[in-house]
Write a protein that binds this ligand. Structure first.
Ligand code: 2E7
Ligand code: F3S
Length: 319
């Protein structure tokens, strides 16, 4: 970079960023439920892991609960985009709850893979983050067959009955590169390890990582809009750093930017996680604009056109 351009303030804006098709569908499902049935609508866990989305829906009459046992008998409950185990469905049925399942279809696909491999009596090594709702739901499809592989230590601890019948599957929102490393470590232990029939890391996760990677090396600072509990958003911060960004931070709102992060910075990269409404990114651009970062250049690595039909419980009600 020349001296002249290196001191110029500019923003590189990643595309794709923000809402994926599964989040769009899940948020619309809750909005439709509010419209059709009126408040309160219960949602088990955060519908998506975004503070702004959750706070806004709460203001409109959504009650977020941790477990279906907290939902009064006979009421309506929406299951979050991250998916639920069969045990949760069974508990809801037992309590006579009406349900709308907003599980992302790409998570349902992984649940089906678990069932298929469990039926063939495979040991399933599920790469994912301990405690994340998605892996709890996915593992819950066949708890006897699934072992969670989070850290490198978990690779060493994995215990399979027949090394010729073992497959790896994964959470949808992991770092693509780190997952491949974990697979290689697993394959060293289990050379006959089978691959999933198709990618489990979803298109939105990998596209957002590709976009941030494309611009990271040019950035003095990357700001990722997303919440602390959002796996895919956190991965974008890590990927930005690994791909050469000098610094990277996760923020929910523009007001959380620490002005000291901008000291000596000319190029700021901006992106957002799959659960983040674009209005939050626009507010960040405005905030940066007020401080001299008015030149915004979009860095596009893919054009996403994918959309999902609403959950079937809502489709039935549509004319
Ligand atoms: C559902 C699934 O809500 P998020 O921030 O969730 P993560 O999994 O990244 O914490 O993002 C959207 C989303 C991603 N994956 C929703 Cl399974
Ligand atoms: Fe689904 Fe991927 Fe979004 S799993 S909810 S499309 S991040």
């Amino acid at each position: 970079m020349t001296g002249a351009t290196s001191s110029a303030k500019r923003v590189l804006l990643a595309k794709p960023r923000g809402y994926c098709a599964g989040v769009d569908r899940a948020v619309i499902a809750v909005e439709k439920a509010l419209e059709l049935y009126g408040p309160p609508v219960y949602v088990r866990k955060e519908i998506v892991h975004n503070r702004h989305v959750v706070d806004t829906l709460r203001e409109r009459g959504v009650i977020f609960v941790d477990e279906t046992s907290e939902v009064p008998e006979g009421e309506l409950v929406v299951f979050s985009a991250h998916g639920v185990s069969p045990a949760v469905h069974a508990e809801a049925a037992q309590r006579n709850l009406r349900t709308i399942d907003a599980t992302c279809p790409l998570v349902t696909k992984v649940h089906k893979e678990v069932n298929r491999f469990a039926k063939d009596d495979y040991d399933i090594l599920l790469i994912g983050h301990e405690g994340h709702e998605e892996v709890e739901g996915t593992a819950g499809e066949a708890p006897e067959n699934v072992q969670l592989i989070d850290t490198r230590e978990d690779v060493a601890k994995a215990d399979v009955r027949d090394p010729s019948k073992v497959v790896w599957l994964s959470q949808t929102t992991l770092s693509v590169d780190e997952t491949m490393e974990r697979v290689e470590q697993l394959r060293e232990r289990f050379p006959e390890l089978a691959d999933p029939p198709s990618d489990d890391i979803c298109y939105a996760t990998s596209n957002r990582q590709t976009a941030v990677k494309a611009m990271a090396a040019e950035c003095d600072l990357v700001l990722v809009v997303g919440s602390r509990n959002s796996s895919n958003s956190k991965r974008l911060v890590e990927v930005a750093r690994q791909a050469g960004a000098r610094d990277a931070h996760l923020i929910d709102y523009a007001r959380e930017v620490d002005p000291s992060w901008l000291d000596g910075v000319s190029t700021v990269g901006v992106t957002s996680g799959a659960s983040v409404p674009d209005v939050l990114v626009m507010e960040l651009l405005e905030w940066l604009g007020e401080r001299g970062w008015t030149a915004v250049e979009e860095v596009t690595t893919a054009n996403e056109k994918i959309a999902f039909a609403l959950p079937r419980e809502l489709r039935k009600l549509s004319p």
